[in-house]
Design a protein around this ligand. Structure first.
Ligand code: CMP
Length: 144
């Protein structure tokens, strides 16, 4: 079974030139890049993506943040993809994320935490379906 997860470099990460370093970390960990898309998302997609947080007081601010510039959406494949991605991304709040994690090394505050990673296999499937078409989400032809 091919395990995969959804990862998104948020607009602050893109603006700061962190797409490259973030991709490097996933490659160095052992992940395989399966799909990648740079685009500015509309409020409807941002609201769908964070639908579970609709009642939170910071929801409007979160949607403003996510639509403030291009994001880099990616599908990464590998063993225990969701858990391994969360391990290298670090805790949601950069204040609590350890050094060596993406948020720990590059972020300062929860309102700008650089990157998103799916929190479960079900979320990964849902988020991949939202951001990518069916072909991008299907298992790859392995070339090597
Ligand atoms: P993410 O891992 O993408 O999932 C939910 C996002 O909500 C989270 O990263 C943060 O960007 C944002 N978030 C969570 N808690 C707060 C908060 N207290 N204030 C502002 N944003 C938050």
């Amino acid at each position: 079974q091919v395990e995969q997860t959804f990862v998104m470099v948020k607009p602050d990460g893109v603006r700061r030139g962190l797409i490259g370093p973030i991709i490097s970390r996933f490659e160095q960990k052992g992940f395989e890049l399966a799909a990648i898309s740079l685009r500015t998302i509309d409020r409807q997609l941002a609201e769908q993506h964070y639908g579970e947080l609709r009642e939170k007081p910071f929801f409007g601010e979160l949607v403003d943040y996510l639509t403030s510039g291009p994001v880099c959406a990616m599908i990464w494949r590998g063993r225990h993809a969701v858990e391994n991605a969360r391990a290298i991304i670090g805790r949601t709040n950069p204040v609590e994320a350890g050094p060596g994690t993406i948020r720990g090394d590059y972020g300062m505050d929860i309102s700008g935490n650089i990157v998103h990673g799916s929190d479960s296999d079900a979320s990964a499937a849902r988020e991949i379906a939202l951001f990518f078409n069916r072909e991008a989400a299907s298992p790859p032809v392995h070339l090597f």
